[in-house]
Ligand binder design. Structure first.
Ligand SMILES: Nc1ncnc2c1ncn2[C@@H]1O[C@H](COP(=O)(O)OP(=O)(O)OP(=O)(O)O)[C@@H](O)[C@H]1O
Ligand SMILES: [Mg+2]
Length: 227
């Protein structure tokens, strides 16, 4: 197996701007993550962490540079959809659950999109919901859930298809200390026990310390890349 095949994520000299180039956010960022690695992505607010996760997931286009997930170029629409359906799980900074659907319905969306079996999906959802402490909320519309419940629900949704690569953007930001600990432990355990890969944007140095490696962004680049 070549080095490249062993790479879960490859980001090479990626540039990304908004507003027709007026707002430059990623300015030549590079990052390699090997399969099974748990990487904390740190850096001050506004340095580009969420934007980096968005371009890795293929939800945002890059202006230039290379993004490869599981050895596949995140360029054409077909590859992106394939990766998002089957290989990538994403816990967004602001959860992005659909407010009028129940938590259970939200969690089943990725299963349906991937063509998975309903019975299997329901069983997995139950297991994950119990583990994250939201089983009693599954039948409620998301708009009735607390911030922390939504965050934990978003984690359940992201894990439904057992993704190879999990991208988490401040997944415990809205949780109290005991829930933060519980959810983070669960996250590490699920990812480690299955040899999955995790990239986690966090402001919490305590959580970052427990990851395999911390990379630090500053002003759209990785620290130590000549800024
Ligand atoms: N769609 C957009 N249009 C214009 N500017 C954007 C857009 N998305 C992000 N930005 C800008 O890009 C910069 C980086 O944003 P990003 O959300 O990636 O930062 P972050 O490191 O995740 O910050 P935080 O820690 O606060 O979540 C910010 O200045 C933000 O205003
Ligand atoms: Mg962010």
């Amino acid at each position: 197996m070549s080095m490249q095949d062993d790479m879960a994520v490859r980001v090479e000299d990626v540039w990304k701007s908004f507003d027709h180039g007026r707002i430059e956010v990623l300015k030549g960022v590079s990052l390699n993550v090997t399969k099974g690695e748990i990487v904390a992505l740190c850096g001050t607010s506004g340095c580009g962490k969420s934007t980096l996760l968005n371009v890795i997931s293929g939800l945002e286009d890059v202006d230039r540079g290379l993004i490869r997930v599981a050895g596949q170029d995140v360029v054409d629409e077909k590859t992106r959809i394939e990766l998002l359906r089957h290989r990538i799980g994403y816990v967004f900074q602001f959860h992005h659950l659909m407010p009028d659907l129940t938590l259970a319905e939200n969690c089943l969306v990725p299963v349906i999109a991937a063509g998975g079996g309903k019975a299997e999906g329901l069983a997995r959802m139950q297991e994950l919901a119990v583990a994250t402490g939201v089983a009693h909320r599954l039948k409620q519309p998301v708009r009735e859930l607390s911030g922390g419940e939504r965050q934990r629900g978003a984690l359940v949704r992201a894990l439904m298809n057992d993704p190879d690569l999990l991208l988490c953007d401040e997944p415990t930001g809205a949780l109290d200390e005991s829930n933060r600990e519980k959810v983070f432990e669960l996250l590490l355990e699920l990812v480690r026990s299955r040899g999955r890969t995790l990239v986690l944007a966090t402001h919490d140095p305590e959580l970052a310390r427990r990851c395999d490696r911390t990379v630090r962004m500053r002003d759209g680049r990785m620290e130590g890349e000549g800024i």
